[in-house]
Design a protein around this ligand. Structure first.
Ligand SMILES: [Zn+2]
Length: 257
């Protein structure tokens, strides 16, 4: 079990890191305002990449620290030294900028990159935990603990609870501004102190029940072509379609709370 105290420390550190990153990204608008329009995109790319690299390395370090502490607290006997890993690929960051700057509006681009940068940096914390969990002989399990006000997608991921890393990778997919905290646990009773994971499970099943009949009818009415569009790597088309419907339903319910 992860102690409340350790989790709160970790959550605070990783949240503060995201806050500082967002503040730094927000400053880019003023910093780049005087330069010639033709140079804005490349300057924005350089600055954005530097910020993601800097705060991403902090996020990875915070994740390693959490990993080491939780491993120690669990009394695992085998020796293993966790390491930081995961840098956001340069092509992905370049894509973030060109996508955010399509309208040639610096203020809008900076706002969009604020959310995107948090995603990129949190992914480095995810990656650090997942890579270590993969190599650790103690085989910890992995979960995402949603922040308050998390969206349906994140609540759906949280409903999976603690899983082995091999199962976790398929679900790894953050959205901009996602601040869910990735965690690992090592003992047989993998719970976070004071955390009601069942709440997300119940939400999931309620949402599933609410849309099931309708979704089945809709699926039955689709052409093969339409069904084929739901096919993604590693997941059947129907499963993917259903997951999408359930997530949307969870989102609607969460927004109405
Ligand atoms: Zn999230």
């Amino acid at each position: 079990m992860i102690s409340r105290e350790l989790f709160e420390q970790y959550a605070k550190a990783i949240d503060t890191n995201a806050d500082m990153l967002q503040a730094a990204v927000a400053q880019l608008e003023a910093k780049l305002s005087g330069i010639p329009p033709s140079e804005v995109e490349s300057a924005l790319t350089t600055a954005y990449m530097a910020l993601v690299a800097r705060y991403g390395s902090f996020a990875a370090a915070i994740a390693v620290d959490f990993y080491a502490h939780q491993r120690e607290a669990s009394g695992v006997a085998s020796a293993f030294v966790p390491e930081v890993s995961g840098t956001a690929p340069a092509w992905a960051l370049r894509w973030d900028v060109s996508d955010a700057y399509t309208g040639r509006d610096l203020a809008k681009a900076v706002e969009k990159l604020g959310g995107k940068s948090v995603q990129r940096v949190m992914e480095q914390a995810d990656d650090t935990l997942l890579q270590n969990a993969r190599h650790d002989p103690a085989r910890p399990r992995w979960a995402l603990v949603p922040h308050s006000g998390a969206c349906g997608w994140c609540a759906m991921l949280a409903s999976n609870g603690f899983v082995y890393v091999s199962e976790a990778t398929a679900n790894k997919s953050r959205h901009p501004n996602c601040r869910c905290r990735p965690v690992v646990d090592f003992d047989g009773d993998p719970l976070l102190e004071g955390y009601d994971h069942g709440r997300y499970e119940r939400e999931y099943f309620k949402a599933r029940k609410a849309i099931e009949d309708d979704a089945r009818k809709e699926w039955a009415a689709m052409s093969d072509d339409e069904r084929g569009r739901w096919k993604v790597k590693g997941k059947g088309a129907y499963d993917h379609y259903m997951r999408n419907r359930i997530t949307a339903q969870m989102d609607t319910r969460r927004a109405g709370e």
